[in-house]
Ligand binder design. Structure first.
Ligand SMILES: [Ca+2]
Ligand SMILES: [Ca+2]
Length: 402
């Protein structure tokens, strides 16, 4: 096992027992056990601990509101609460997009282009990194037969949600190259299209069902997790992004809305319950895009009013129980510690932390995340047991960056 963390663990446990001397001071100065605040003693405070001096709930909502690339919607506190108590498991590596205040925005290029979908940026006016174009054959009678991809998302309210697909077609006949197959959850495949004359050669949010009198595309969806799936239909059709929004949402089809934040990552590591009777888990919110540098970790189901910090490695290790701990360490290789950003769990038993992707701590110094990297995190904290003061670990989360 990593020698550095062994020594640190032993120091941690001695410190936990309330006897501080020498190197055991890591968790004492200016940290509070009672007010849920976390403090940093580090000169790199501005980087690692920028949000640490705020009360945790405020810190998390402040953090979420800064997760955006452009003009940000106000973050509804309920969104974060819902996210933090969500019982759904972390889904695909791509993650689960989270609606905020009745609006969900997902860029097509957040999916990996499959089949004959091509990620392109040659036609201007798209948002973010580009758009998808269907370069496959016309599949007018074969829904779900080719080019299937989709997104997991979580809605903050039960409502009739309007689907607005930002799309474009260049054919002079507005009824050509103008449609795609879309399936919501376990519903039927429905052709969604735009065909008003002005839509030719322009990005449009016109999105109608090819049903009955061809109404605007809408879905009755409950709060919670859903899945939308696309499949190719008309050669040349372009899709930039998709919005789902509730009735009356102001500016719901404004392309300057940022993409919605996600909960992403894959959990790993078999762990035992901590002193709360549950094991703690980490959610990652924000974006897996390195260039955005927008990731917040939130570990929940921790003991109240205790202290800990995140540890990180690119490698997974065989699960071990380090000396003096009752928990399971599943990181391997070179383990870095956010020891300068000690976090108090407060009455909520939550430890939130904003990562800086330009500076992941490693034993030999900070390193920057590179697209394609996977970094693994656990939260390491003080806990109590029948043996007295011990340390414990959360379940791990692996974050794959793009
Ligand atoms: Ca058509
Ligand atoms: Ca786009």
């Amino acid at each position: 096992m990593n020698r550095d963390i062994t020594g640190s663990l032993l120091a941690f446990n001695r410190s936990s027992a309330g006897r501080s001397s020498g190197r055991l001071e890591r968790f004492d100065v200016r940290t509070s056990l009672t007010d849920g605040e976390a403090h940093s003693r580090s000169p790199t405070d501005a980087v690692h601990g920028a949000h640490n001096r705020t009360r945790l709930p405020a810190m998390l909502s402040t953090g979420l509101s800064t997760l955006v690339r452009r003009t940000a919607p106000a973050v509804h506190a309920a969104v974060l609460s819902a996210a933090l108590v969500a019982t759904t498991t972390v889904a695909s590596a791509q993650g689960t997009f989270l609606s905020q205040n009745g609006l969900l925005v997902v860029e097509m290029e957040s999916a990996v282009p499959v089949g004959s979908w091509t990620l392109s940026s040659s036609t201007p006016g798209f948002t973010f990194d580009g758009y998808f174009r269907w370069d496959g054959p016309n599949l007018f009678n074969q829904p779900g037969s080719a080019g299937l991809f989709g997104f997991d998302f979580e809605l903050d309210q039960s409502a009739t949600w309007t689907l607005s697909l930002r799309n474009r077609h260049e054919h002079p006949d507005p009824t050509e190259e103008n449609d795609v197959w879309i399936k919501m959850d376990n519903g039927p495949w429905i052709k969604v299209f735009s065909n008003f004359v002005g839509s030719v050669g322009n990005w449009t949010y016109e999105s109608r069902f090819d049903l009955g009198n061809q109404p605007q595309a809408t879905y009755s969806l409950s709060a919670g997790t859903h899945h939308i799936e696309f499949s190719g239909r008309s050669n040349g059709f372009k899709m930039d992004r998709v919005h789902l929004h509730v009735a009356g949402h102001p500016g719901a089809t404004d392309p300057s809305w940022p993409e919605s934040p996600r909960r992403f990552g894959t959990r790993f590591c078999p762990v035992q319950s901590n002193s709360t009777g549950q094991f703690s888990i980490i959610d990652a919110f924000g974006s897996p895009h390195v260039s955005e540098n927008n990731v917040i970790l939130a570990c929940r189901r921790l003991p109240q009013n205790t202290l800990g910090y995140y540890i990180v490695s690119s490698a997974q290790g065989s699960p071990i129980t380090p000396p003096g701990s009752v928990g399971t360490l599943c990181l391997g290789g070179n383990i870095g510690r956010y020891s300068e950003s000690v976090i108090g769990t407060g009455n909520a038993g939550i430890a939130g932390f904003r990562l800086d992707l330009t500076a992941i701590p490693q034993p030999t110094g900070d390193v920057a995340v590179v697209p394609g990297d996977t970094w693994r995190f656990q939260f390491w904290h003080r806990d109590s047991s029948s043996q007295g003061a011990v340390s414990n670990f959360s379940k791990g989360i692996a974050l794959q960056f793009e």
